[in-house]
Structures are given as C-alpha cells and as structure tokens.
Design a protein around this ligand. Structure first.
Ligand SMILES: O=C(O)CCC(=O)C(=O)O
Ligand SMILES: [Fe+2]
Length: 297
C-alpha cells in the first residue's frame, strides 16, 4: 500500500521533478558534503510499510515525500505559527535560537512540575494545532493515521507514566539567527518512564510548512554521535560544525514536504535567510515490528 499524500495537490510530473532536485542539493554552494556512494538509493519517496521498516533498520537515510501536504494551507498555518501567542524558544541550558509553539517534551528538563505542566497541556495543545488547519486534516494527524496503517503493529500517541504526550510541535526558525548545530535526539535522555523501555530506534518526522528563500538545509550524517560528542550535545545546543566531518546528505525540503529520518543519528539545520523556516515535528519511538510505534513532540 502506498501512503503517500493528500490527493489533488500537485500534478505527478511536478512531484517527480521535485523528487529529483530535493536531495543532496545544499542551497549554499560552499557547503561541504561528504563524497559518498549513497545517492538516490538512500531515500524512499513514499511512506509505506516497506519504507518504514527499511528506515527503522537504517537501510535508508530518510523517507522524503514531496508534496505531502497542501503548500497553500501550509503557508497560511506557518504565518499563524510565527505570530502565535504560545510561540516561545526551546529551553536549553544556553539560550536556544529556535522557536516553537507549545511545550515539547524536551523542555520538561527532568523537572516534575514542568513534566506535569507538559502532560496537562498535551491534549488541549493537540486540539489547538488541529484547529489551526481546520477544516483540513493537519499534516501531523495525517501522519498519525499513515503510521497506524503502515507499521505492522500500528502506532499510538506516546503516554509516559500513563499520561498522554503532546504531538505536532510547530518549529519556527527565525531568519539568520536560528540554527540547530549537529545533534541527536534521544528520549532516554529526557525521561525514565517505564513506557520507553525497549525502544531500539527513534525517528523524527518533519513536515515543512514554509521554507526560506535560502538556507534552512537539513544535514544528515549516517552515524550516532560518539560518547564525547554526546556529552557536548547534552551540555550545549549541539556540536561545533567545524569539529564534525561533512554531512553525508544535505536535503533542501520544499514547503509541503515530509522528511522522516533517525533522530538518534547526527543531524543539523543551517540558518535560514530571506524568511522564516517553519516545520511541524513529531518523534517516533520504535521497539521493532512486533510493537506499535509511539509518537510525541
Ligand atoms: O527541521 C528539521 O529539518 C529537523 C530538525 C531537527 O533537529 C529534528 O527534527 O530533530
Ligand atoms: Fe533534532
């Protein structure tokens, strides 16, 4: 079964052209990209049972579905995100440069009060994100259905100590100032709730609602950080790019695209120029094909 996209948004010929020029095309001609044998074969262009299983086994670098959602609706919601009253910054030990609408799990920071606040706000925040897209299906809700249908054991909203998580964080990268240095995302570093026992891989799905004129590239490495790098990532926002080898892939998504990759492997986002970069992100925990996927933000 092909779990590709909402119907009637772009003619097939456009999708194909977009597929051909989205991968390994940095918007910055000066960027260093590792010479690698893995090119187009490292990507799946449809979200299917097979592509998800291959991604979870790390046989491919990413699932990149061009035109996953309607670009016009996406652009309208991106504008609402940039102006949203709940827009705050990620809370890192040192100031984060990236904005987000509603509280993501990482900002619970092992603090019981913040954790309670996160779970109390989770379902109301899910409803508010859904309402931003009404009367259309929100891309994260579409993704939830596809994961449920495609994964051999289905997919559910993550609950931690029985309490529901939020999913569907809108991320706002402000022009020139916002950057995600090379880092990874690992739920075991954020909680010891019993529900995360047995997680063997963590994926992250991003739906791009708006892309800047330049920059905002997604850089992917094909490896986990070393233990020294992990310590640095936990200390500060990410690694100094000068200390890391060139990325294996540089993806310049288009508005409306969906990209899913391993969040446990190193990845980074370059600064945007000429406009905001707005995405919608959901993490996906994988315990193998015999267990349901679990998603959250
Ligand atoms: O916005 C992106 O392209 C990816 C950002 C990121 O670090 C993540 O989703 O974990
Ligand atoms: Fe990340």
């Amino acid at each position: 079964m092909s779990c590709r996209r909402l119907p009637g948004i772009l003619p097939a010929v456009h999708r194909r052209v977009e597929c051909d020029d989205v991968t390994s095309t940095a918007s910055d001609p000066g960027v260093r990209v590792a010479a690698t044998a893995s090119g187009e074969g490292d990507f799946a262009r449809e979200l299917t049972r097979d592509s998800l299983l291959r991604l979870a086994r790390r046989e491919i670098a990413a699932i990149h579905v061009p035109g996953f959602c309607d670009r016009r609706i996406a652009g309208e919601v991106a504008g609402k995100a940039v102006r949203h009253k709940a827009l705050g910054n990620y809370h890192k030990k040192y100031t984060s440069t990236v904005g987000r609408v509603f509280m993501p799990h990482i900002d619970t920071a092992w603090n019981p009060e913040l954790t309670a606040r996160y779970h109390d706000a989770a379902l109301p925040s899910i409803s508010e994100v859904r309402a931003l897209f009404a009367p259309y299906l929100s891309p994260v809700d579409h993704l939830r259905l596809l994961l449920q249908e495609c994964w051999p054991s289905g997919a559910n909203l993550l609950r931690l100590r029985g309490r529901p998580c939020f999913v569907g964080a809108l991320r706002v990268f402000h022009p020139t100032t916002s950057v995600f240095h090379p880092h990874n995302d690992h739920i075991e570093q954020e909680t010891d709730a019993p529900e995360i026992a047995g997680v063997t891989e963590q994926l992250v799905a991003n739906v791009y609602l708006q892309m800047p004129e330049e920059g905002g590239d997604l850089q992917l490495w094909r490896r986990d950080p070393t233990s020294a790098e992990t310590r640095t990532i936990l200390e500060v926002e990410g690694l100094d790019p000068a200390t890391v080898e060139p990325p294996v892939h540089v993806i310049r998504p288009r508005a409306g695209d969906l990209v899913i990759f391993s969040s446990r492997m190193l990845h980074a986002v370059t600064p945007a120029r000429g406009g905001h970069r707005v995405g919608m992100a959901a993490f996906i925990a994988c315990k193998g094909p015999g267990e349901p996927l679990q998603y959250w933000s």
